[in-house]
Design a protein around this ligand. Sequence first.
Ligand code: AMP
Length: 309
Amino acid sequence: MKDSIIVVGSVALDSIQTPFGKINRGVGGSSVYSSLAASFFAKVAVIGVVGKDFPEDFLKKMKKRGINTDGIKRVPGKTFFWRGKYSWDLSTAITLDTQLNVFEKFDPSVPEDLRNSKYLFLANIDPVLQKKVLRQMKFPKTGKYTALDTMNFWIESKKKKIGALLPDLDAILINEAEIRQYTGEHNIIKAAKKLLKAGVKTVVVKKGEYGVGCFSKNEMFFLPAYPLEDAVDPTGAGDSFAGAFMGFLASSEKITWGRIKKAAAYGTVISSFTVSGFGVNGLINLKKSDINKRYKEFVKLVHFEEVKI
Ligand code: AMP
């Protein structure tokens, strides 16, 4: 294993309702889903904050998966809370409540011995916090890879702060509603081009059950989602896609377009497990062998041979 991936993002308690069931104050958060997914491929260290109500037990489970949780501070107050619901098509989350709680006064600090890591994932959280973490990094001269995820809540309130981060990013992972909202462009290809023009090198557009599109200056690549019969809760699909994407790249010798495509395939496979369970249940007991098996099936599913007629 190479350098740790530094992840900053929400560590949350979520109340979720979908047409297939609900969960009340279950563990969630962008950095939880993404670090769990990344931990199958690389070392991960999470920077975040929780309140007194966050279960210690869950931090132990993360540690058991090899995740460095020393950067998750416990402070007086309540953990970040999100309440959301999905309608019948399970496409977009409808936010019913967001309580930043302990994240409101959070001043992130990357431990000194992790500041020279090569890989940074700015998972969905206030872009002001994302910037603070980015500025603390002392990336090695031999290379770095930085990616960011965000959502409508931050695009509405802090769009300029997100924009200021784009030139420093190797990749942005964003869903189709968010990229339309951010760029004001309905067409996804045109929208991705706008973000590329703003300085980010790769744009990954997540389209739920319709898969994902990856864009760089000279390349485009599309993958369908893994076909599932038992999708019950899409929460965390985007975060776990991003975690696996980063994790696979961090485990690669060199980052090439071919590896970015493979990272997107692993992201697709992991997020298919996430949506099969409520909250983190689809991820927490997952094994690398389950991922590898589904990855092989997925490669077969998307393979297409030209037939001469
Ligand atoms: P997704 O992968 O987009 O489904 O992300 C779901 C996770 O995002 C949930 O576990 C929430 O706790 C978290 N979340 C929701 N709203 C926010 C927000 N405004 N900032 C950071 N994280 C959030």
